[in-house]
Design a protein around this ligand. Structure first.
Ligand code: ZN
Length: 503
């Protein structure tokens, strides 16, 4: 596996006037240094290309945060082969397809680093009851346990189209039932993803898990291994291993899963330090905090992807950094738990991306909005009390949604920025809506004045998946009709399942 570290930040004192001056003079500018770049590409790219995206301002999020006004991106196969000025591209290429994108901004696709496919249809139905015990055990797992294969396939179709429509081109599944159906849906929609299987081999505290959600330790290992192997041949959709949560996994499974990750050269998606109960649990059982405990049994390493990571001491942050474990910062739900150490993580060069935690968290799969929440959360945690400005700006945070997410997904050398040689995961965003006028600085416009519905077109792996908000890969009306027809039975099963866990 390969990955890149990224902590690139934007200056606090970014000036729109100086940006426009530099942009007009050079055509391509970088922030904050405003160094002029004429062309980002090799001198002799291929003439025959598959796709030319032309006329848009290009926000690359490369190492220099280069921005090209009135730019163009040339794509051959699934890779970016040239980026430069639209006026130069006009005579250089013979393209099979051209996307005219003037009046739009091109940016890298974002990665949702923590998503629950199987909770898609909890959108809008989440009970806000005050039930004893963690909600994931009392509500989320019972809901998942009532889903059949077709429900999970439909969940994927609805969830992944929702992501594509909001500029997310890659997702990391947290682990749910029927993962092959997630993969099938991801393949059809055209999104990049890492699916995984819900993996519990222990009932834990707070009552038994539904029978369909618990396996023996050896069965858990076998099924995880088989899943990863089944998807190894797919270049866009692959499978990761999963450990659902400390309370519902045995130590034997944790250690064996870590060895399996090494053997299969893959990663493990888990929830870590999400609830105070987890800290209490590891303190009571091992006299250690969760990351310290993972370290003590030799499973804390670059293959461990840790969703939430809320309840951390500064020593815990150091532990993550020491072992290069990655983090999904899920701002919609995280701040219900407590203050977050995202800034400390960024400074410690931890691979931290943004995640939605699925639609159960707030109903939205829009990472633009997650990044806005995260900026405010970090401001409260690190700025306001000391009469200081935001320590992570809106531009910093959007960059983390792109590059931080790619790094957490072990795709940092392939996605997360628009650069020659990287995969063509490109999002085109409009900036002339009522709530955006005036917008002169493309980076600030993306970071502060855009949300998911401003996305016009999305390209994944060089293929146009959504064009001017029309899906080219999915019959949306047919998909919605099938969901509507099956929905009442699915909710009925959920009602019955939560009755069983009441009390
Ligand atoms: Zn989760």
């Amino acid at each position: 596996m390969s990955e890149m570290k990224d902590v690139g930040g934007f200056s606090q004192g970014f000036s729109r006037r100086s940006f426009l001056k530099a942009g007009a003079a050079a055509g391509a500018v970088t922030t904050p240094a405003f160094a002029a770049v004429e062309v980002l590409a090799p001198a002799a790219p291929p003439r025959d290309i598959d796709l030319l995206i032309a006329g848009c301002d290009v926000v690359t999020f490369d190492d220099k945060n280069t921005v090209i006004m009135d730019g163009a991106i040339a794509v051959k196969g699934n890779a970016i082969v040239w980026i430069g000025k639209a006026s130069d591209a006009a005579g250089m290429f013979s393209a099979k397809e051209t996307l005219k994108a003037s009046g739009q901004i091109a940016m890298p696709g974002m990665t949702d680093t923590h998503y629950h496919t199987a909770q898609q249809f909890l959108r809008g139905v989440h009970r806000t009851t005050h039930r004893k015990g963690p909600s994931w055990k009392k509500i989320l797992i019972p809901f998942e346990s009532g889903l059949d294969e077709h429900d999970v396939y439909n969940s994927g179709m609805v969830g992944y189209t929702s992501m594509i429509s909001a500029g997310t081109t890659c997702f990391l599944e947290a682990g749910g039932p029927h993962p092959d159906q997630m993969g099938k849906a991801a393949d059809e929609v055209g999104i990049r993803g890492r699916i995984s299987l819900n993996t519990c081999d222990l009932d834990g505290d707070g009552g038994p898990l539904p029978k369909s959600h618990i396996m023996t330790t050896s069965q858990a290992l076998k099924e995880n291994e088989a899943l990863v192997k089944r998807w190894q041949g797919n270049s866009r959709v692959k499978a990761w291993l999963s450990l659902r949560q400390i309370l519902v996994n045995t130590e034997e499974l944790r250690i064996s899963m870590s060895k399996l990750a090494e053997e299969l050269d893959t990663a493990i998606h888990t929830h870590l330090s999400e609830g105070t109960y987890e800290v209490d649990y590891t303190m009571e059982n091992y006299n250690m905090r969760p990351p310290e405990y993972f370290e003590s049994i030799g499973i804390f390493n670059k293959r461990m992807h840790c969703a939430h990571s809320i309840f951390l001491t500064l020593d815990d942050v150091d532990c993550y950094a020491k072992h290069d474990a990655s983090v999904a910062h899920c701002a919609f739900g995280n701040y219900n738990g407590g203050p977050q150490r995202m800034l400390d993580m960024v400074r410690a060069k931890i691979r931290v991306g943004l995640g939605t935690d699925g639609p159960n968290s707030r109903g939205s799969l829009d990472l633009f909005q997650v990044s806005h929440y995260a900026v405010l959360g970090q401001q409260i945690g690190y700025g306001t009390a000391w009469h200081a400005p935001a320590q992570l700006t809106y531009s910093d945070m959007l960059r983390h949604a792109c590059r931080g997410g790619a790094n957490a997904a072990h795709l940092g050398d392939k996605t997360g920025s628009l650069e020659v040689g990287k995969l063509a995961d490109v999002v085109l965003v409009g900036h002339d809506d009522y709530d955006q006028f005036t917008s002169m600085d493309p980076t600030l416009t993306l970071a502060q004045n855009c949300v998911g519905h401003h996305v016009r077109s999305t390209i994944v792996d060089g293929k146009v998946v959504m064009k001017e908000r029309e899906f080219l890969t999915v019959d949306i009306e047919k998909m919605r009709a099938d969901v509507k027809q099956r929905y009442p039975r699915m909710i009925d099963r959920y009602e019955k399942a939560i009755l069983l866990t009441s009390g």
